[in-house]
Design a protein around this ligand. Structure first.
Ligand SMILES: NC(=O)C1=CN([C@@H]2O[C@H](COP(=O)(O)OP(=O)(O)OC[C@H]3O[C@@H](n4cnc5c(N)ncnc54)[C@H](OP(=O)(O)O)[C@@H]3O)[C@@H](O)[C@H]2O)C=CC1
Ligand SMILES: CC(=O)[C@@H](O)[C@H](O)COP(=O)(O)O
Ligand SMILES: [Mn+2]
Length: 402
C-alpha cells in the first residue's frame, strides 16, 4: 500500500460495481473523499452486462481497468470508453483479472456463486475482502475462509447482520459468547398467509419494506431464504456453532444483530437501514469514516418489536438449518437450487412457493445420492453447484409443463 504523509492511500476494486452494493460503495467513497477523510484510487470496476452504468462509473472514478463478465458485451464496453485510456476486458477471465490487480481492499459484491472465483483470486493474493457476496461463503465457506487466511488479508463482513456482530464480537474470548442473534425484517410477506403467498408476484416479492436491494436478495428476503443463507454465512465468519445462532424477526430493521455473552449481557449494533453504514465500517476498520447514511432518529422509530420466526410459512429457514446440520455439499446445493428457482420465479416461470419447494426437492435428491462428507476443494464445490443447478432446472421445467 502506497502512503502519503501519515495517511494510507487505499487502492480499491469493486467486483459488481453496477449493483446496489457497488453503487453504495462508490457513494461512501465519494462522500469520504469529498470530506478529505479518505485518500483512495480505484483500481478496477466490474459488471455482468450493464455497460452503460459501468462506463459512466469509469468516466467519473477513473479506474485503471474495467471488465464485464458477459463476453458478448466486450466490444460495447471498449467503444463506450474509447479515448479515455481506461483498459477494458470481457468474459469471466477478465473479471478474475480485475480481482488480481493490486488493490488492497476489494468489495466482493457480485450476486450469487458467480462471485466465488473472483473473490478467491483477490483473497489468495492477500487483499482485504469486504464481503457482501454471502453466496460464496454459503457454497464454499471453508475454501473462502482458508484462502483469506492464507493470503493474509482480512475478512470484513459487509452483510448488515454480520457487520453488526463483527462490531461487538469479542474475538479474544469466543467461548464466552452464548448466542448470536440474527435479526430479520420478516420481508414483504411477514404477515401474509401461505395461501396469499402462493399468488405473490415478482413485483410484490422485490418490494422490501425497509431495504433497497438487488432483485435476487430481495426475493430471498421474501422467502426468508436470505436469513437461512445468513445463518450459514455467520457460522463461517464467527467461531460459534450454528446451534448457537438464532433468528429473531424484528420488523423495523433498526437492530442489525446482537451478541449475547455468558454473563447475560447482550451487545447490539443499531442504525438506519442503509448499507452505506456497514460499507463505511469495512472501509475504515478498525477506525471510523463518515457515511452519507441518515442518522437514526429514535423518536421517529418510536418502538422496536420482536417475533419468533414461523418455520411453517417460511420453510426456507428450516431448509438452511437442515443443510448446515448435514454439512458437506448440502449448503452449496441449497444455494445453487435457490439461485435457479429465484431466477425462474423472477422470469415468471414458477410460483413464489415453488422456490422453497424446489430447493427442498433438490436437497432431498442430493441427500439420497450421498455427496462427500466435507467440502475442501473448489472443484468439489463447483461439481455440487453444477449438479444442483441441473436438478433445479429439471424441477422448474417439470412445473412449467404441469
Ligand atoms: N443489496 C444489499 O443491500 C445487500 C446485498 N448483499 C449481497 O451482496 C451481493 C450483491 O447484491 P446486490 O448489490 O443487491 O445485487 P445487484 O443485483 O444489485 O448487483 C449485482 C452485481 O453483480 C453483477 N453480476 C451479476 N451477475 C454476474 C455474473 N454472472 N458475473 C459477474 N458479475 C455479475 C451485476 O452486474 P450487472 O449490473 O451488469 O447485472 C452487478 O454489478 C449479493 O450477494 C447480496 O446477497 C448483502 C447484504 C445487503
Ligand atoms: C441489508 C441486508 O443485510 C439484507 O440482507 C437484509 O438483512 C435483508 O432483510 P431481511 O432481514 O428481510 O432478510
Ligand atoms: Mn443481511
Amino acid at each position: 500500500m502506497e502512503t502519503r504523509g501519515a495517511r494510507a492511500r487505499r487502492r480499491i476494486t469493486i467486483l459488481g460495481s453496477t449493483g446496489s452494493i457497488g453503487e453504495s460503495t462508490l457513494s461512501v467513497l465519494e462522500h469520504a473523499g469529498t470530506l478529505g477523510e479518505a485518500d483512495f484510487e480505484i483500481v478496477a470496476l466490474t459488471a455482468n452486462r450493464n455497460v452503460e452504468k459501468l462506463a459512466e462509473q469509469a468516466r467519473k472514478f477513473r479506474p485503471e481497468f474495467v471488465a464485464v463478465a458477459d463476453a458478448s458485451m466486450g466490444d460495447d464496453l471498449k467503444a463506450a470508453l474509447a479515448g479515455t485510456g481506461i483498459e477494458t476486458g470481457a468474459g469471466e477471465a477478465a473479471v478474475e483479472e480485475a480481482a488480481l490487480r493490486d488493490a488492497d481492499w476489494v468489495m466482493a459484491a457480485i450476486v450469487g456463486a458467480a462471485g466465488l472465483k473472483p473473490t478467491l483470486k483477490a483473497a489468495a493474493r492477500g487483499a482485504d475482502i469486504a464481503l457482501a457476496n454471502k453466496e460464496c461463503l454459503v457454497c464454499a465457506g471453508e475454501v473462502v475462509t482458508k484462502a483469506i487466511r492464507e493470503g493474509g488479508g482480512a475478512l470484513l463482513p459487509v452483510d448488515s447482520e454480520h457487520n453488526a456482530i463483527f462490531q461487538v464480537f469479542d474475538f479474544d474470548q469466543p467461548e464466552r459468547v452464548s448466542r448470536l442473534i440474527l435479526t430479520a425484517s420478516g420481508g414483504p410477506f411477514r404477515t401474509w398467509t401461505r395461501e396469499a403467498m402462493g399468488e405473490a408476484t415478482p413485483a410484490q416479492a422485490v418490494a422490501h419494506p425497509n431495504w433497497s436491494m438487488g432483485a435476487k436478495i430481495s426475493v430471498d428476503s421474501a422467502t426468508m431464504m436470505n436469513k437461512g443463507l445468513e445463518l450459514i454465512e455467520a457460522a463461517h465468519i464467527f467461531p460459534v456453532a450454528h446451534e448457537k445462532i438464532e433468528i429473531l424477526v424484528h420488523p423495523q430493521s433498526v437492530i442489525h444483530s446482537m451478541v449475547e455473552y455468558v454473563d447475560g449481557s447482550v451487545l447490539a449494533q443499531l442504525g438506519t437501514p442503509d448499507m452505506r453504514t456497514p460499507i463505511a465500517t469495512t472501509l475504515a476498520w478498525p477506525r471510523r469514516t463518515p457515511s452519507p447514511s441518515e442518522q437514526l432518529n429514535f423518536g421517529k422509530v418510536s418502538k422496536l418489536t420482536f417475533e419468533d420466526p414461523d418455520l411453517v410459512r417460511f420453510p426456507a429457514l428450516r431448509l438452511a438449518r437442515e443443510a448446515i446440520s448435514a454439512g458437506g455439499i448440502m449448503p452449496a446445493v441449497l444455494n445453487a437450487a435457490n439461485e435457479i428457482a429465484v431466477a425462474a420465479f423472477l422470469a415468471g416461470g414458477i410460483k413464489f412457493l415453488d422456490i422453497a419447494a424446489i430447493s427442498e426437492q433438490v436437497l432431498e435428491r442430493t441427500g439420497r445420492l450421498n455427496g462427500p462428507a466435507s467440502l475442501s476443494t473448489l472443484e468439489e464445490v463447483m461439481d455440487a453447484d453444477a449438479n444442483a443447478r441441473a436438478m433445479a432446472e429439471e424441477c422448474v421445467a417439470a412445473r412449467a409443463a404441469a
